[in-house]
Design a binder for this molecule. Structure first.
Ligand SMILES: Cc1ncc(COP(=O)(O)O)c(C=O)c1O
Length: 357
């Protein structure tokens, strides 16, 4: 018999994928442009491809048990001791391990909304007791957040789906006034000017979670990491499955870090495109655009809308429909910032739709 809580957990909703669009509307999946999952639209450079090919010769062996080389590369990248770093199969696995380390049945977990839906699923899996707090546009008020005792608090910065970062002053107020573990998910912080990693020296209750899926273009390989004090990191190491990242993923992630200049250029391109799209959206009528620090933009369309997602998908573009997400009122869509030509297609379809609906 499955555990009771499993009956009430809804699986994580990943949105539509190109194969679904081919099946539904007959658009060839290789022609579909996904602006749905906040992926990086560019492949990594040639030296990363070489590392990918070279790692073939190691695949009959297990990877290094504690991923020493990868941790050292990350340590150089973020200027944090490698003993303060744990690596995982994507940020998702890191988040899961943090929950496994800290949560027991009925422990109070606080989740600000609108936010990333995985936090609730992972907390439910531990039979924790979740308190959602609604902060319109994810403007977190530390006093309200800390009104009741929590064992663990999830913060997302920049937040998915609103796109805004949590300012350092707010983070400090939260960290200073709670003994809860504060998990700061920075999957998108490389696209913003704010990272809270430097606060780990000051606050023992802070764990920062990072992903290689967005900035480093590795969504398909699954690499993420946690940054925190040594006790937290050692606890994560205890629950981490042996060899949780493949040899290929680890070696490719190391090569990505060596190509940081390439990824910084892509980031600058994405930020320029983000600002360009935001300005265009702001000029459209009956649209509210949320300011973004990430590689995606959230917007709200006035009135009810059932057709727009289908309209885009029939033309081979996938957006994320976040209408109905807890903490968001009204019709909302999230669009990933992609290559310029694809962003232009998105803007054109939306403009036509708004004019003729
Ligand atoms: C806020 C946030 N955290 C974590 C993740 C998961 O990242 P990963 O692909 O590294 O598991 C995502 C993925 O979209 C995300 O949006």
């Amino acid at each position: 018999m499955v555990r009771g809580v499993i009956h009430i957990i809804n699986p994580y909703d990943p949105g539509s994928f190109p194969e679904d669009i081919e099946k539904r509307y007959g658009v060839k999946s290789s022609d579909v442009i996904s602006l749905s999952s906040n992926e990086n639209p560019f492949l990594p450079p040639d030296n990363v491809k070489r590392a990918y090919n070279d790692s073939f010769k190691f695949i009959n062996r297990y990877p290094h048990p504690v991923y020493r080389d990868l941790k050292e590369r990350i340590s150089d990248l973020i200027n944090v001791d490698s003993e303060n770093i744990a690596v995982g199969n994507g940020a998702s696995e890191i988040l899961k391990m943090i929950c496994e380390v800290h949560l027991e049945a009925f422990d109070p977990v606080t989740i600000p909304i609108p936010g990333y839906t995985l936090y609730a699923i992972l907390s439910m899996m531990m039979d924790a007791s979740i308190r959602f707090i609604d902060f319109p546009e994810y403007q977190i008020d530390p006093e309200k957040l800390l009104e009741k005792r929590s064992k663990l608090i999830f913060i997302c910065s920049p937040n998915n789906p609103t796109g805004n970062s949590v300012p350092e002053s707010v983070m400090r107020k939260i960290l200073r006034n709670t003994d809860a573990i504060v998990v700061v998910d920075e999957a998108y912080s490389d696209f913003s000017k704010t990272s809270h990693i430097k606060l780990i020296d000051e606050f023992d209750n802070l764990v920062v979670v990072k992903s290689f899926s967005k900035f480093f273009s590795l969504a398909g390989l699954r690499v993420g990491y946690a940054v925190g004090n040594q006790e937290t990191i050692q606890s994560i190491e205890k629950v981490r499955l042996p060899f949780n990242i493949s040899t290929i993923s680890a070696k490719v992630a190391e090569a990505c870090i060596e190509s940081i200049d390439y990824f910084n250029e892509i980031r600058d391109y994405i930020i320029r495109e983000r600002e360009r799209i935001s300005k265009k959206l702001e000029k459209m009528e009956r649209l509210k655009v949320y300011p973004s620090d990430a590689n995606f933009i959230l917007f709200r369309i006035e009135g009810e809308d059932r057709e727009i997602k289908e309209r885009f998908e029939r033309k081979g573009i996938i957006l994320r429909n976040v209408t109905g997400l807890m903490g968001l009122d009204g019709t909302h869509f999230r669009v990933t910032v992609g290559k310029k030509e694809h962003n232009d297609m998105f803007l054109q379809i939306l403009q036509d739709y708004l004019e003729h609906r």
